[in-house]
Write a protein that binds this ligand. Structure first.
Ligand SMILES: [Zn+2]
Length: 110
């Protein structure tokens, strides 16, 4: 799986980098990390901030054939080196219903 395929097929945009693919119970799960340069303090604009932990968001996206596809995206918890502000970074990810204009399957897997 290439990063550019993730960009073009699943609408994954700047701010993320591809980590790995998992195959779980018939699902395909693409794991995405947030790039260091996206860790910018929303308060004072300084970056990159220090990482203080993370959680993971799971987003169902368009299926590959009959296999459901889930984006597993990192949400880093950060603290600004400059002003000490604590924040989470969650670059925008597409919803399945918004990525279906290009002739790919339009029915989200259920
Ligand atoms: Zn700051």
């Amino acid at each position: 799986m290439s990063q550019s395929l993730l960009y073009h097929a699943f609408g994954v945009r700047e701010g993320y980098e591809y980590l790995k693919t998992g195959y779980v119970e018939g699902r395909v799960e693409f794991h995405l990390g947030v790039k260091e340069e996206a860790l910018v303090c929303p308060k004072c604009g300084t970056g990159p901030a220090m990482r203080r932990g993370k959680r993971w968001r799971r987003i169902r996206t368009v299926p590959i054939g009959l296999k459901p596809v889930v984006l597993v995206a990192e949400v880093p918890r950060c603290q600004c080196r400059q002003c000490g502000h604590g924040f989470e970074v969650a670059p925008l990810l597409p919803r399945a219903t918004r990525t279906t204009r290009t002739g790919s399957p339009t029915t989200p897997a259920s």
